[in-house]
Design a protein around this ligand. Sequence first.
Ligand code: PLP
Length: 314
Amino acid sequence: MPQLPSPVVEVDDDRLAARGVRLLLKRDDLIHADVPGNKWRKLALNLTAAVEQGHDTLLTFGGAYSNHVAATAAAGWHHGLATIGVIRGEEHRPLNPVLADAAARGMRLTYLDRTRYRARDDPALHAELHDRFGRFYLLPEGGSNTLAVRGCAQLAAELLTQVPTADVVCVPVGTGGTLAGLAAGLAGLGDPAAGHTTGPGASPDDRRRAVGVAVLRGGFLPGQVAALQQATFTAVTANWTVLDGFHSGGYARRDRTLDLFIADFAARHGLTLDWVYGAKMMRALYATAGDQQIPAGSTVVAVITGRCDDTGRR
Ligand SMILES: *Cc1c(COP(=O)(O)O)cnc(C)c1O
C-alpha cells in the first residue's frame, strides 16, 4: 500500500537562508518501497484504468536502466497483473540490477534494436506486439500519458494542503510528465475540488510556479511538457520553466561538480541524492536560489521523486 500523503520536511541551510529562500522537501521517495516517487504517482491511475478495462497484462517501453520499467514490474506484481518490458537495444547477460529486479518481479523482457525501438509510439509496432503477446494495457516509455499527468496534478493538490504557502515547486525532468502534471495542478487544473474547469475557458492561477530541471540535453523538453498538458487538460499553463544548464553532460552523466554537490548535501543534511535525477534538480535549485525563477522571499518545495540513500542528519 502507498504511504500518502508523503511527508514534508524542512531543510535548514544557511546558504539558502542567505539568499532569502526557505526550502522544504516533499519526500515522495517514501511513498512505496518498490514503486517510489513519481513512478507511483504516474502509475496509480493507469493501474486503476487497466483493471477497470479488464486487462491482466501491462506492456511498456524503456532503456536498460529505466526506473519506469522496474516500477511497472513491481506495480504489476503488487496488483496481480502480468508485465512485459520492451527494452531498447540488445539483451545482455547477466541482466543489470534494474532488469534483474524487473525479471524477479515476473516481468517478461523482450528487446528491440535501436532502430526499431524508435517506432515505440507507432501503432504498427503495437499491432505486432499484440500479435505476439495478446491483449495488454500499453504504457508509453517513461509512463508519461494523460493519466500519469493527472496523477502528478494530484501531487500538487496534496502538497498545497501541506504547504499552502509554497511559491515554487521543483522537480527533475526526464520525459516531462511529472512537471506537466505538477504545474497544471499548481494552477488549479485537474482538481475537481478546486472547482476549476479545463479547456480554453479555464483561468489558471499562475501565482505558484513549477521549476523543472532537465536531466538530459536536447532542449525539446518544454515542447514535450506543453504537449502533455494540452493532451491532458486541453490547456497549457504559463506557470512553469525548464532549467537547462544542469544535466552534467546528458542523461545518466555525472561530473565532478555534481559529485561534490552530492557529497556536500549528504554531509549537511544526511540525504544522498541520486545523481541521475534528484542531485541535478537540487544543484540547480542551489545555483539559482535568489535569481528570477526562485526569487528571494520564496518558500520552495523540492520534490524527491525517487529513491535516495537516507542516512539521517549527521
Ligand atoms: C522517472 C524519474 C523522473 C522523471 O520523470 P518524468 O515524468 O519522466 O519527467 C524524475 N525523477 C526520478 C527519480 C525518476 O525516476
